[in-house]
Design a protein around this ligand. Structure first.
Ligand SMILES: [Cu+2]
Length: 257
């Protein structure tokens, strides 16, 4: 399966938008597969259609045939395309299930880090796990409309909504996942390109929907560590200092500071 999608990672191939996550090429491959299959048969069907229009056009002295479908030879024009449609349907289902399984069902174990994404009218709140990479600890970093992640790390995200339906969409990562009030939806991603990319809400969520855009900064290890260090809440550093003075062991992730 993977070798099939490798084609879409070919350097000379230029997709419409960047391929910046570990599974973006899989989604592209699926879209290309559907386009090629449907496009090829569209051209064949239109070709046959116009060929028939020309071949059987009105001609002096020729009477129209009445075709009732009882002749086996005639019926093949229905059964053969029908079987082809079913065959290609199965192909598309098999490939898309593989992609679906990889992205939506096969959550990688032991991710490198966690992040909580909360949609609300009309902004995204990102709860970064901080240096310990655990959520809901004192060193969590909250930002609005700005997500910071480290390149090539596997992240689990918890997606939530506080008011209405939203949809967390990062086009370059080929992520689009609905956020549903009352639910926490877990998913994953692994960025593969450093840069600044768009995050958008892909679900009409009210008057300000169109301005519900954010940015994701994919940083190298050094830059990301510096951002985390710079933005870790002061209370945490102060607590650590107090604990440190009481000869308590430093909390996880704070040792090298
Ligand atoms: Cu929204």
């Amino acid at each position: 399966m993977n070798s099939f999608f490798e084609f879409f990672r070919f350097e000379g191939f230029d997709p419409l938008i960047e391929v910046a996550s570990s599974y973006a090429a899989d989604i592209d491959g699926l879209i290309w597969l559907v386009l090629l299959v449907v496009g090829f048969w569209f051209l064949v069907a239109e070709g046959v259609f116009f060929w028939f229009i020309l071949k059987f056009r009105a001609q002096p002295g020729r009477r129209a045939d009445y075709i009732d479908g009882k002749n086996k030879k005639h019926k093949r024009w229905i059964t053969v395309p029908h079987l082809l449609v079913l065959g290609f349907d199965v192909l598309i289902i098999v490939v898309s299930f593989n992609v679906w399984y990889k992205i939506k069902m096969d959550l990688p174990e032991n991710p490198d880090c966690h992040v909580r994404v909360i949609g609300q009218q009309w902004a995204w709140t990102f709860q970064h796990a901080g240096a310990d990479c655990e959520l809901d600890t004192a060193d969590d970093i909250f930002t609005v409309d700005e997500l910071h992640v480290e390149n090539n790390k596997v992240y689990h995200f918890e997606l939530q909504a506080t008011d209405v339906l939203h949809s967390f969409s990062v086009p370059v990562w080929r992520i689009k996942q609905d956020a549903i009030p009352g639910r926490s939806i877990t998913g994953w991603f692994q960025p593969t390109e450093i840069g600044e990319f768009d995050v958008q809400c892909a679900e009409i969520c009210g008057f300000g929907h169109s301005v519900m855009a954010a940015q994701v900064m994919v940083e190298d290890a050094e830059t990301h560590a510096a951002w985390v260090a710079e933005n870790t809440p002061v209370t945490e550093v102060a607590e650590a200092a107090v604990e440190g003075s009481a000869a308590a062991p430093a909390p996880a992730g704070m040792e090298d500071r």
